[in-house]
Design a protein around this ligand. Structure first.
Ligand SMILES: Nc1ncnc2c1ncn2[C@@H]1O[C@H](COP(=O)(O)OP(=O)(O)OP(=O)(O)O)[C@@H](O)[C@H]1O
Ligand SMILES: [Mg+2]
Length: 336
């Protein structure tokens, strides 16, 4: 009896399970966990030694795995154990089981939806609400969901950019393209190899990408990161300008522009006209890359603004639903 009472006393949580990071919002408390989606395990024994922030930076014997692949796909065992660990970490009582709100990718299949539900239950959730990603993003970016006018949401995450056109509280059209922060790192590494004849690892490409901040100007801003010579392996440094990072974002930005235009192709004419006026809202960690929003504005020809807390917008939108489960129920995606 006592045990089942504890189960019912679980908190209401919102979980944004990203390929790069997991963020958890607790009803009435705000964001209580923000850690990399990482699992460290021993390759020989398979034993998990750490999760999240603790796993980050471990080396030597352990292997690091990013178990969330994105778009509703994940390594089931590692993800379940990681999520269970995170839920326990934020949850006050070991027996209490939370009600969990999660985002469902807008173009996911019924199988992916079922997988997400199973994952949440296997990670000790008592009840699961799946809210369409585009609606969670719109809510978290502070857009009034009920408004009939169409607006475009562009979430540039780690592995993917997800585009949704939202109007009248519905996702009218959505597309996903493989162009996120990870892709931007690869583009920076390729540019350094081509123009400087040096190799930069993922950590250095990441530092270069973050080093300049979101604004493109002034163009003479620079960032210096570690590099090495391809043949000798000789350690050195490379200094990159805002102009070079801007150039490196060209190809990933093109993919996003094409996906955004493709998404509009699937919309009724009046919604396209709305988007031309109201424009697009950028969010996701990848939207913080130097010059990206300016480039998207120029290429799409519509107003583009970045959400106030772009990395956390989806979590905050899901959090609004955890604060108000009636809202979550009304947005609950039964037929993805
Ligand atoms: N200040 C910053 N400047 C540039 N890029 C950043 C910054 N902060 C985070 N990023 C990039 O944002 C990406 C992660 O974004 P986000 O946290 O939105 O991803 P995610 O939700 O885990 O991934 P996904 O939505 O694709 O599953 C990473 O590639 C990271 O390098
Ligand atoms: Mg994300």
């Amino acid at each position: 009896m006592a045990l089942s009472l504890f189960r019912l006393m679980g908190q209401d949580l919102a979980v944004d399970l990203g390929t790069a990071g997991t963020r958890i919002y607790s009803r009435g408390r705000g964001i209580v966990l923000d850690e990399p989606s990482l699992v460290a395990h021993h390759p020989r024994t398979g034993k998990i030694v750490a999760y999240g922030a603790e796993a980050d930076g471990l080396d030597g014997e352990t292997r690091l795995v990013r178990p969330v692949w994105g778009q509703g796909t994940f390594d089931r065992d590692f993800t379940r154990r990681m999520l269970k660990h995170f839920l326990r970490k934020v949850h006050a009582h070991p027996y209490a089981r939370p009600r969990v709100v999660m985002a469902l990718p807008d173009d996911s299949t019924a199988v992916e939806r079922r997988d997400l539900q199973d994952l949440a239950f296997e990670s000790d959730a008592r009840q699961i609400y799946l809210v369409r990603h585009g609606l969670a993003a719109a809510l978290g970016a502070g857009l009034p969901l009920g408004e009939p006018a169409g607006v475009m949401i562009i979430d540039i995450g780690h592995a993917f950019a997800r585009i949704a056109v939202v109007a009248g509280g519905q996702v009218v059209a959505a597309r996903t393209t493989r162009s996120g922060g990870d892709h931007l790192n690869d583009s920076i590494a390729r540019l350094v190899e081509r123009d400087h004849g040096l190799i930069v690892g993922d950590g250095a490409a990441e530092a270069a990408k973050r080093g300049l901040g979101p604004a493109w100007k002034p163009l003479d801003r620079q960032v210096t990161v570690h590099a090495h010579a391809p043949e000798t392996g000789h350690e050195s440094q490379v200094t990159l300008t805002a102009q070079e990072i801007y150039e490196a974002t060209s190809q990933p930005a093109d993919l996003i522009v094409r996906a955004a235009i493709g998404t509009l192709d699937g919309c009724p004419a009046e919604v396209v006209a709305d988007v031309a006026v109201h424009g697009a809202v950028l969010l996701g960690g990848g939207s913080l890359v130097c010059g990206l929003s300016r480039r998207l504005r120029a290429r799409l020809g519509v107003p583009v603004r970045r959400a106030e807390r772009p990395r956390e917008s989806v979590t905050l939108g899901l959090g609004r639903c955890a604060d108000d489960l009636a809202l979550a129920a009304s947005l609950h995606a039964i037929h993805p």
